[in-house]
Design a protein around this ligand. Structure first.
Ligand SMILES: NC(=O)c1ccc[n+]([C@@H]2O[C@H](COP(=O)([O-])OP(=O)(O)OC[C@H]3O[C@@H](n4cnc5c(N)ncnc54)[C@H](OP(=O)(O)O)[C@@H]3O)[C@@H](O)[C@H]2O)c1
Length: 329
């Protein structure tokens, strides 16, 4: 193991998030990197835990208008993992996630960071020729385009749908007979990529920082398993021993029937419907992506069954410890 001072320093933006925590923990556990963990609050349980594991915790909000603070926070870093928090969609032409992503990237460049890893998603606007509206995908892709124009090394990870969506946002409802209804935003039998961000993001980003030249300019899907909504419910029944069934929340009407609370934000509804229609009709990933990569470099990436076994989830709502201030998955 190299002396601490010789280890490259990596700044992790959103270090208390599921993704950021995974990255910070994997980098620290490798023994090859120092980690600077950015947060709004040093006192949250995830940040206290990261500090105990050896991260340097620095207050710098993952929010627009903090470019100078973000630049200061990244100074001296060799690399940076950059991401955006869940961001409520706004009517066009507003692009808040693009604005924040650009600010983060520009701050990294101004701070002298040599290698940025950006957590992005596909450009839905471009792939669908404007037929579907999913700004939290498209704006991340536009940030990636901006990063590619900067004179630094860059790599891009594109995470699949999170397993945790069913624990945090689309929580199953228990009926009078005790059985659970999984209202899922996908049709029953269309295979889709899913992942556990809390355990799969770190190994992917560690691999990239360990082999910077190999992954320069690359876009890398991060996937745990490709499976259908019906398979997810069937597996839950087998692992948990509970009764559960699938219900469709795919169409706008079905989504609002099962999750009326989403109806308070018309643009959120439009975005959720646009996102799932995009994934079903065009594919979550562009056809040229290597959907095997993350499972090759991380054979321990959790399948849905392994995720259920490990978390012992029984269908209840779960908080991941750092409050996200919106419900956009
Ligand atoms: N859900 C999915 O299926 C899916 C799939 C692919 C990609 N994504 C993307 O993943 C990202 C979210 O990642 P995640 O789920 O790992 O994040 P997360 O666990 O929800 O954590 C987000 C972090 O951002 C910070 N944060 C939250 N709200 C904030 C605000 N209003 N202002 C400033 N900071 C705020 C918080 O950190 P502090 O409190 O420490 O500051 C929080 O820990 C989103 O961009 C989403 O689009 C989601």
């Amino acid at each position: 193991m190299s002396p601490i001072s010789q280890k490259p320093l990596i700044t992790v933006a959103g270090a208390s998030s599921k993704q950021g925590r995974s990255v910070a923990n994997a980098l620290l556990a490798s023994g090859r990197y120092r980690v600077r963990a950015l947060t709004r609050s040093k006192d949250s349980p995830p940040m206290r835990q990261l500090a105990e594991h050896g991260a340097e915790v620095v207050v710098a909000p993952l929010a627009l208008g903090h470019q100078a603070a973000l630049t200061d926070a990244m100074r001296g870093s060799h690399g940076a993992f950059l991401m955006t928090p869940p961001t409520p969609p706004v009517p066009p032409p507003g692009q808040p996630e693009l604005a924040l992503g650009r600010e983060l990237a520009d701050a990294a460049y101004a701070a002298g960071v040599q290698h940025v890893v950006w957590s992005g998603l596909e450009n839905v606007e471009m792939r669908t020729r404007g037929n579907k509206w999913a700004p939290h995908f498209t704006e991340k892709a536009l940030v990636a385009e901006h990063i590619r124009t900067l004179p630094l090394r860059s790599s891009f990870i594109y995470l699949a749908f999170f397993y945790s969506n069913f624990l945090e946002y689309y929580v199953p409802r228990r009926g009078a007979d005790g059985s659970l209804t999984f209202a899922i935003y996908l049709p029953p039998d269309i295979p889709m990529p899913f992942v556990d961000p809390l355990t799969a993001t770190g190994p992917a980003v560690l691999e990239v920082f360990d082999h910077p030249e190999k992954y320069a300019g690359k876009t890398l899907p991060v996937i745990g398993e490709i499976l259908t909504a019906r398979q997810m419910v069937d597996t839950f029944v087998l692992v948990s021993g509970q009764k559960a069934h699938y219900a469709s929340a795919y169409t706008r009407d079905e989504l609002l029937q099962h999750f009326p609370e989403f109806g308070a934000d018309e643009y959120l509804v439009r975005e959720l419907v646009g996102m799932v229609e995009y994934a079903v009709e065009y594919g979550y990933y562009s056809p040229n992506r290597d959907v095997e990569w993350s499972r090759k470099i991380d054979p321990d990436a959790l399948t849905w069954e392994q995720f259920l076994l490990r978390t012992k989830w029984q269908g209840e709502r779960v908080s991941y410890g750092a409050p996200a201030e919106s419900i956009q998955p």
